[in-house]
Design a binder for this molecule. Structure first.
Ligand SMILES: C[S@@+](CC[C@H](N)C(=O)[O-])C[C@H]1O[C@@H](n2cnc3c(N)ncnc32)[C@H](O)[C@@H]1O
Length: 199
């Protein structure tokens, strides 16, 4: 029997809550990491667009295994209680002069992961161009702050210049590709760009 869109959403939402994660998005990172080995124990990781905190908590528990450091930044505070001891949290616009300088101070990073997304307006052109801006900013940060051999994950709304960004990532990483996790809602136009092994 086919699983409906709503059943799939409910399944991941319930699973997240039962495992102590504030958002179902955790299963996207789980799949991305299990298929691409982005983060390993002991890594220093930057999580951009980190609230409410599922990617950060999963990285702490399952990926760096409580060793290493996670720098988590969002316009809103994390809703994790307690905030894991490996986490340094910055609240504000990751690309403002002030917050960006703090992220740079904590770098360089073994991995940068960004699930950052703009507030959607329902206007696809506006939403995709705002998503493209965020993705471009993360790529610029990665060019500067990712260590050699480091890995990158960026969310972008499809139609938001993802081919251009992938082209640029292919000049920065040995491998770069687009990936749609199964936990992503069927009706979502998000996609993840993955850069592996920074040159
Ligand atoms: C889909 S949510 C992230 C969910 C998160 N990965 C988790 O697992 O809990 C997208 C987040 O991007 C954040 N965001 C958007 N623009 C940002 C910016 N310029 N700087 C920091 N965070 C931003 C939003 O505030 C929002 O919390």
């Amino acid at each position: 029997m086919a699983v409906s869109r709503r059943d799939k959403a409910d399944f991941f939402t319930k699973k997240a809550h039962s495992e102590g994660y504030p958002a179902r998005s955790v299963y996207k990172l789980e799949e991305i990491n299990s298929t691409h080995r982005i983060i390993k124990p002991g890594d220093t990781v930057l999580d951009v667009g980190a609230a409410p905190g599922s990617w950060t908590l999963f990285t702490h528990r399952e990926l760096i295994k409580g060793r290493g450091k996670i720098v988590s930044c969002d316009l809103n505070p994390l809703s994790l209680d307690p905030v894991p001891p490996t986490v340094i949290e910055f609240t504000g616009d990751a690309f403002s002069k002030e917050i960006r300088a703090k992220l740079v101070d904590e770098g360089p990073y073994d991995a940068i992961i960004s699930d950052a997304a703009p507030m959607t307006t329902g206007n696809r052109i506006v939403d995709t161009s705002r998503s493209e801006y965020l993705a471009e900013q993360v790529v610029m940060l990665a060019e500067e702050q990712l260590k050699t051999h480091g890995n990158l994950v960026i969310k972008i709304f499809q139609g938001g210049g993802e081919q251009e960004i992938l082209k640029r990532m292919r000049t920065i990483f040995k491998k770069a590709k687009a990936f749609k996790p199964k936990a992503s809602r069927d009706d979502s136009f998000e996609i993840f760009l993955i850069g592996l092994d920074k040159v």
